[in-house]
Design a protein around this ligand. Structure first.
Ligand code: 6XA
Ligand code: ZN
Length: 344
């Protein structure tokens, strides 16, 4: 399995995130990628391949133009407003003032396009975000060219990024962009299975009214887990998309036995849909020692579920999402890929 990777991810380095009412060092930090690269090398995976540059055509099919334009220009506008620190969203068009007018003030604009406050914007954020989308698209190209699998080592992650909103450390939805590229290049049915601890709200929203891309997510129940406002079992799609969205919210403390039952249920739906290709939103924050999550998967469980994913027999694109137990992120991530390789 080839890994696609861009060193441009290091251009995004924010100083802090808001966590439990405090500013703390960001959980989503560049060292995550170093540990994964080190483990890939140690376990004999091929040397990572650099990304190719893609234009924004596919991005514009899943995100609005005004939002993408905002992402490209926000940092310069923030500087022009006289700021020198990272930008952190702090005001929203909330339920009591649901304005659809895009404000010109940059602080208000950041809030308009944000869905949460933990995600700061720094210099270099757009360059890293744009490179992560190139990583995902390059990996999708490998599948289109006939590879059985590929690993898009994206940073920042993408699954919380909605049609026109950022948050949860995500800006462009790398998995959704890759899925759209697969749709545009011969695959008529794409399944996106999100195994990150957090619900893939952005991916769900982007495809919610479509019947060509099935979305499935196994995650901490929104009752207690971020992003709280989406990811319930009764969200099943709208319009043409009815019956193409599947959520498996699980209780805090869920272990692999509980988790893998949901995985098997998701497989039943992927088979019933007759998916031609699979995109895995691969977050390993389901790990028992993850600092911001509440599931109990152990390192060996990641190998086992990688193996189970391979039994579907589909071309499979793994797209990196979350995982913050930094010293084990390499082992857990590579275990999924090695498990997949072990039977395919
Ligand atoms: C913010 C939590 C953001 C979670 C990001 C993540 N308090 N998503 O890992 O998959
Ligand atoms: Zn996550």
């Amino acid at each position: 399995m080839k890994t696609i990777y861009s060193d441009k991810h290091t251009l995004r380095q924010v100083k802090a995130e808001i966590h439990n009412g405090e500013l703390v060092p960001p959980f989503e930090r560049k060292e995550r990628i170093d540990y994964i690269l080190k483990e890939l090398n140690k376990r004999g995976f091929d040397k990572p391949i650099s990304e190719q540059a893609f234009n924004l055509d596919t991005v514009h099919k899943v995100h609005s133009k005004d939002y993408v334009n905002f992402l490209q220009n926000v940092w310069q506008k923030w500087l022009n407003a006289g700021h020198t620190c990272d930008a952190i969203p702090n005001i929203w068009p909330s339920r009591s003032m649901p304005s659809k007018i895009i404000p010109s003030n940059i602080e208000a604009q950041i809030g308009y396009y944000a869905l949460a406050a933990e995600t700061a914007i720094s210099s270099g954020t757009w360059q890293a975000v744009n490179a992560a989308k190139d990583v995902a698209l390059t990996a999708a190209e490998h599948i289109i060219q006939g590879e059985k699998s590929a690993f898009a080592l994206c940073r920042p992650p993408g699954h919380h990024a909605a049609h026109d909103q950022f948050g949860g450390y995500c800006f462009l939805n790398n998995a959704a962009i890759a899925a759209q590229h697969l749709r545009d290049n011969g695959y008529s049915k794409v399944s996106i299975l999100d195994v990150d601890y957090h619900h893939g709200n952005g991916t769900q929203q982007i495809f919610y009214r479509r019947n060509d891309v099935q979305t499935l997510s196994i995650h901490g129940d929104p009752d207690f887990a971020f992003p709280y406002f989406l990811g319930h079992a009764n969200e099943t799609g709208d319009d043409a998309g009815v019956g193409h969205c599947f959520n498996y919210p699980l209780p805090a403390g869920s272990d692999y036995q509980t988790w893998s039952l949901a995985l098997e249920q998701s497989f039943t739906q992927i088979k019933a849909f007759n998916a031609e290709v699979l995109v895995i939103s691969l977050g390993v924050d389901t790990f028992e020692d993850d600092p911001i999550s509440a599931f109990k998967l152990r390192s060996d469980d990641f190998f086992d579920y990688g193996k189970r994913i391979a039994t579907l027999g589909l071309p499979t694109l793994f797209v990196m999402e979350g995982g913050y137990a930094v010293e084990q992120i390499g082992i857990n991530t590579v275990n999924v890929l090695a498990g997949f390789n072990s039977i395919s």
